[in-house]
Unconditional design. Structure first.
Length: 254
C-alpha cells in the first residue's frame, strides 16, 4: 500500500489585537513564547510529523519575517500575503487550502495560536491518508482551555455540523487543526464566497461533504488569545501544555 503524501498549511494572518499590550502591535504569528514566534511552533510541529512543504498565509508586509522562520527550520515554505485578512480568518484558510491542494491531494492546516500534542497531528494525518474528505481535531472534554471562549462543534442528525462559540449544546471543542483532501476542493470554493471565518466555512462545508472528527479527549493542548492565556501558559495550569509541546518538539529554553 502506498501512503499518500501530505503537505501542510498554516493560517498566520491574524492581527492578535487582544495581545497588543504585550506584543507592541505585532501580528499574532510573530508574538514570542519562550523566545520563539508562534509561527515557529506551528511549522516545527508539521516538520516533526514529516511535513516539509508548507503553504503559509501571512499578514501583508510580513513575508520577510515569515521567510526568516522558514529558512531557520529548513523547510520549503510558500508564502502568501493575505490581502483579505481583515474580513476574517476564513480567508487565510481558503487561500492556503487551495494553493496546498494544487501541490498534493492532502493538506493539514494548522492555526498558529494553538499549542497541540503530537497525537493531534498524527491522527489528522492518518485520517486523511485513510480516506477522509475533511477532518477536524476535536476534544470532547477539554482541560486547559476556556470553554466559553472556545469554538464548539455539534454534529446534527443529517451529518452536518453547527460550529461556533455560542452553541449551548456541543460535542467537541475545535482544536485548531484541520485536514482536507482534494475531494473537498469544490466545497471550499463554493463556501468561501459568503463565509469569512473558519467556523462558518467548516459549517458550510459540512452540508456538502462529510467532515470527520479526530477525537482527542482531555488532550494537553491550549490556544492563546488573551493576555490571561499568555500568563496561564507561562505560569499557570497551561504550563503543562507548553512543557509537553517543548518536549515533543525537542527544544527547550528555561
Amino acid at each position: 500500500m502506498v501512503i499518500p503524501l501530505v503537505v501542510g498549511a498554516v493560517t498566520a494572518a491574524g492581527l492578535g489585537t487582544r495581545l497588543w499590550k504585550l506584543s507592541g502591535g505585532i501580528p499574532k504569528a510573530f508574538f514570542r513564547i519562550k523566545g520563539r514566534p508562534l509561527l515557529w511552533y506551528s511549522l516545527k510541529a508539521l516538520q516533526r510529523v514529516g511535513i516539509d512543504t508548507v503553504v503559509i498565509s501571512t499578514v501583508p508586509g510580513f513575508s520577510a519575517e515569515t521567510e526568516e522562520i522558514v529558512n531557520e527550520l529548513g523547510i520549503q515554505g510558500i508564502i502568501l500575503e493575505n490581502q483579505r485578512n481583515f474580513l476574517g480568518n476564513g480567508t487565510s484558510l481558503t487561500s492556503a487550502i487551495k494553493y496546498a491542494l494544487s501541490l498534493d491531494n492532502l493538506v493539514i492546516v494548522s492555526v498558529t495560536d494553538h499549542f497541540l500534542p503530537r497525537e493531534a497531528y498524527v491522527k489528522v494525518k492518518e485520517s486523511l491518508q485513510q480516506g477522509s474528505i475533511a477532518v477536524i481535531a476535536g476534544d470532547s472534554s477539554p482541560i486547559y482551555v476556556d470553554i466559553e471562549e472556545s469554538t464548539k462543534i455539534l454534529r446534527l442528525g443529517d451529518g452536518s455540523m453547527k460550529i461556533g462559540k455560542d452553541l449551548a449544546e456541543w460535542q467537541w471543542i475545535d482544536m485548531g487543526l484541520f485536514g482536507f483532501s482534494s475531494e473537498s476542493l469544490n466545497s471550499v470554493k463554493t463556501c468561501e464566497k459568503e463565509n469569512y471565518t473558519i467556523s462558518s466555512m467548516l459549517q458550510c462545508m459540512s452540508t456538502q461533504v462529510r467532515i470527520n472528527i479526530a477525537s482527542l479527549p482531555s488532550s494537553p493542548w491550549s490556544d492563546i488569545d488573551t493576555i490571561e492565556d499568555y500568563i496561564d501558559l507561562l505560569y499557570g495550569k497551561r504550563r503543562e501544555v507548553l512543557e509537553a509541546v517543548l518536549r515533543w518538539l525537542s527544544w527547550r529554553n528555561g
